[in-house]
Design a binder for this molecule. Structure first.
Ligand code: F6P
Ligand code: MG
Length: 456
């Protein structure tokens, strides 16, 4: 392997790491403390064990503020969650370059470490109630509720699609539909709860849901390798094709991914879809297997809806719900989770994880949703923005895994841009009254669709 560029560090004021660490992380943890206090009110028996967790969260906040050294997980923690041993190995490696502290260490590793540390507080409690408690669940549910209009629009679109698909379609029409539903799934990623800890309002989030807005945002897709991915998928002679999606966020994004999945199955493009979830609460809003079941229940719960709860709307929504449920029951939609997705590993180490690698090799296309997946694909290092995607993903480009990344840009790293475009966007973002033009790539307003067939 050639020498990699340096990672993004938390003390770099020109990196989006800086505001993330100084503002978002504390806000997220303060939110957890507040939600814990509410939870304790609901059951006095939880008082002692819950206060214990609150103290740990408060200590974590203090260790940020004091820029303390990030400590390895102890044996008891590793016993409860063996993946943490891998974090300790990576800490040993990182400490060789410089002592890893909260406010100066590498952004990606520490952000992953943070969510593992929070999870540890819950799973190590003597009170079993907390062991599979998801501190972000209320937030996930609330935000999906506020996306009801967006979700309804997708259900109505699906109704029309059903009639379109009842006729046999030309290849070109199918390609257009593929591109439309990929777009739905891509922009679904702009609804990210962890952004709520910054200065993005709910109105901002709703403004990326809906057809009109997706059309408007079309020109903000800076790299678009979708045609290559489409050709690759069609080229395969396999009669039964399998598509995998490494999911990102719950709620509206998951719903958008499921609408895309329905399209891919109903059109006969693929015969199976495997959805990869996280095993622990992750980056606030990421999908855990139970979030899939929760979403299916919410969709048919009339109490869940506000302004749109008339009969006709509810019928359109429950038709979609039924379809997803049936595919799930017949194993055409398969829900999976693997501890790899909550490690701090770059994705080019996937081939070292035998079981996961073998499983993914059976797929005809692996879609990686969202920003964090993109950061892990490209290693979250300071690539020149004109670096080809296939260079940035290192060994993954020759791993035989066909990779398609759908990402709205919410962090620094970006690759595959034509020469000069980054500079143009820096100027443009500045002219939009933003102090740091470089933060265009963290604003969530632009997107990239990048593909590698894994056979470089
Ligand atoms: O930018 C803040 C942040 O928490 C990033 O660290 C992370 O990559 C992103 O938000 C999460 O976005 P997504 O849900 O698209 O992966
Ligand atoms: Mg996420």
């Amino acid at each position: 392997m050639t020498q990699l560029p340096l990672p993004y560090y938390n003390d770099d004021p020109n990196s989006f790491a800086y505001p993330t660490v100084h503002k978002r992380w504390p806000t997220i943890i303060e939110g957890c403390i507040k939600d814990m206090k509410n939870e304790l009110e609901s059951d006095p028996k939880l008082e002692n064990s819950g206060s214990d967790i609150i103290t740990k969260l408060q200590d974590l906040l203090v260790s940020f503020k004091n820029d303390e050294e990030v400590k390895p997980f102890d044996d008891a923690a590793i016993k409860l969650n063996p993946s943490l041993a891998r974090y300790n190995e990576s800490l040993v490696e990182l400490n060789k370059t410089k002592k890893v502290t909260w406010l100066t260490g590498p952004w990606l590793n520490l952000e992953c470490y943070l969510y593992q540390a929070i999870n540890q507080y819950f799973i190590s409690s003597e009170e079993s109630y907390w062991h599979d408690f998801d501190i972000f669940e209320n937030l996930k549910n609330q935000t999906f509720q506020q996306s009801e209009l967006g979700a309804l629009e997708l259900c109505k679109r699906y109704e029309v699609l059903t009639t379109q698909l009842s006729k046999s379609l030309e290849k070109d029409t199918l390609k257009l539909l593929f591109s439309e539903f990929i777009d739905i799934s891509l922009w679904g990623n702009a609804t990210d709860l962890s952004l709520l800890a910054g200065n993005v309002t709910l109105e901002d989030i709703q403004s990326v849901q809906g057809e009109a807005n997706r059309k408007k945002n079309e020109e903000n897709i800076l790299v678009n390798d979708l045609s290559e991915a489409w050709e690759y998928l069609l080229k395969s002679e396999a009669k039964e094709k399998r598509l995998d999606i490494v999911l990102d966020n719950s709620g509206f994004e998951l719903f958008a991914d499921l609408i895309f999945s329905l399209f891919a199955l109903d059109s006969g493009l693929v015969s199976e879809i495997h959805l990869h979830c996280k095993q622990i609460p992750w980056f606030v809003s990421d999908v855990m297997p139970k979030d899939f079941s929760i979403l299916l229940k919410q969709l048919i719960d009339p109490k869940f809806y506000g302004s749109i709860s008339n009969k006709e709307n509810l019928r359109a929504i429950s038709a979609v719900q039924e379809r997803i449920t049936n595919y799930h029951k017949s194993d055409k939609i398969v829900i999976k989770s693997h501890p790899f997705w909550t490690l701090d590993d770059k994705y080019w180490t996937i081939p070292k994880f035998d079981d996961l690698y073998k499983d993914l090799l059976a797929s005809n296309l692996v879609i990686f949703k969202g920003d964090l997946n993109y950061r892990k694909l490209t290693g979250d290092v300071q690539w020149d923005p004109t670096t080809p995607f296939t260079t940035s993903i290192q060994e993954l480009a020759t791993s035989k895994l066909p990779v398609l990344s759908l990402r709205t840009c919410k962090a620094d790293v970006v690759v595959g841009l034509p020469k000069g475009l980054n500079e143009e966007l820096i100027e443009k973002y500045k002219s939009m009254s933003n102090e740091k033009g470089e933060f265009w790539s963290s604003s969530g307003k632009w997107a990239v669709i990048s593909f590698s067939d894994g056979r470089n």
